[in-house]
Design a protein around this ligand. Sequence first.
Ligand code: GDD
Length: 481
Amino acid sequence: MLLEMPRHTEIFGSVKVHELQRVLKLDSGGFENPRAKDISSEELKGVLKRSAIVVPVKNENLNLLDGVLRAIPFDCSIIVVSNSERVSQDTYKMERELVTNTHDLTQQEILIIHQKDPGLGSAFHEVGYEEILEKEKLDGKEAGEEAGEEAGEEAGEETGKEKKEWLVRDGKSEGMIIGMLLAKSLGKDFIGFADADNFVPGAVREYVMDFAAGFCMSESPFSMVRLHWRYKPKVVEDKLYFKKWGRVSETTNKYLNLLISTCTGFETGVVITGNAGEHALTTRLADLMCYSTGYTIEPYHFVFLFDKFGPREAEESAEKVGAEKAGAEKAGAEKAGTEKGGTEKASSEAANAGIEIFQIETLNPHLHEEKGEAHINEMLTGSLRMVYNCRLCNDYVKSKVLAELEGLEALQEDWEARSRWKGKPSHIMPPVGRIDVGKFMKVLKSSSESLLRCKQGATKCEVVERGRGEKKNETSSFYRP
Ligand code: GDD
């Protein structure tokens, strides 16, 4: 692959944000070129073999999911995390059969799990990662546990009133965290994400190759690759219009850049991937990051890294400006366990090594399912909220963000949403590095009813882990694209 060299790198504390790099060619001739980085197919393959690609899916067209699964390079493992309908129509069953069928034909390693599998919720509960669980269920659990203690019952048993059940919350971010843990259980060093609603399989393949190229360029074990789509075509009056910027990403980038500019005193436009759904990170970085819920996960990556690894002086001055808020944030972070043993050590290693962020412009345009205005507004307000709550966000940036918000039609009438907006994000999930993956998988294997692992090279898709270790073969018959 041939990639442009980044022209500039913004150094923000320990965070290095490389300026946009274009993909010049999807392959290359192996020639020396000071303006371009030539990455051989062997190097790329080496990274792909150590990568898992997580595909979050919720009620997408199966033909699209099929294209995505077939496009992901064979050397990677694929992890499908589904939050699709299971009640009125069992969409998950069809997705699972699609996975089985794809594996039967290709023998590529694929795992699939359902987000609402109670066994999965139990596994998170057992390892103490409750921040990902539905709150109502947790409240129910607390009440139930008290009753259970009195009656001398063990946790997990029926109290007579309510059967305790832990379920993972809805949300794309929550699905991604599940995927990260499964990737870790496979021993992967790199974890990438690709949405399931992509119309063009060739583009998905390129995204994964771009991730690998980014990691080949990285000098730090703590790095992230974020993709910027060259175009996002729309149909305008019966014609395709090759739009460059989406409304959400343009606004998110503007304010993330303002955060950096006001801290350094030098205006910058370096961030162009604030909402990059298609991104990848090293497992070592994934282990020490905190994650925000739903679609705010991507802008929060920047906010987290700025808060935790941004320039010290800026942090100190921001703390002076908003000492109360900083204190509250710190308390919240401690409660969430962000500073626990291993992750603390890893964080100081990351601060020394530096955290590299690559932003690669794809050669392919991005064509995907459009989800409507309300969805766009939710992503936009969520992203602005992340910036507003960044520890480095000073009064000036706050006033700008609020002014942007004032102008949002969606919030003009929705007063309830406006009053909720400024509050601190409620679901910041602590680093996954603190989770004992061995224990998590042990509980999951014994209690999951939806996990399916199809190993690489097996001729039949084998249900390796299913309800208390039972092993049986599963072949597809239902969905054949
Ligand atoms: N497992 C799981 N759980 N998957 C989900 C959930 C969920 O609760 N909700 C959505 N998904 C899946 C969708 O099926 C899709 O494959 C992917 O997550 C992205 O969701 P979309 O609803 O299609 O998002 P989008 O296309 O509007 O936005 C995407 O691009 C943005 C950048 O433009 C997302 O990736 C955003 O996160 C990103 O910021």
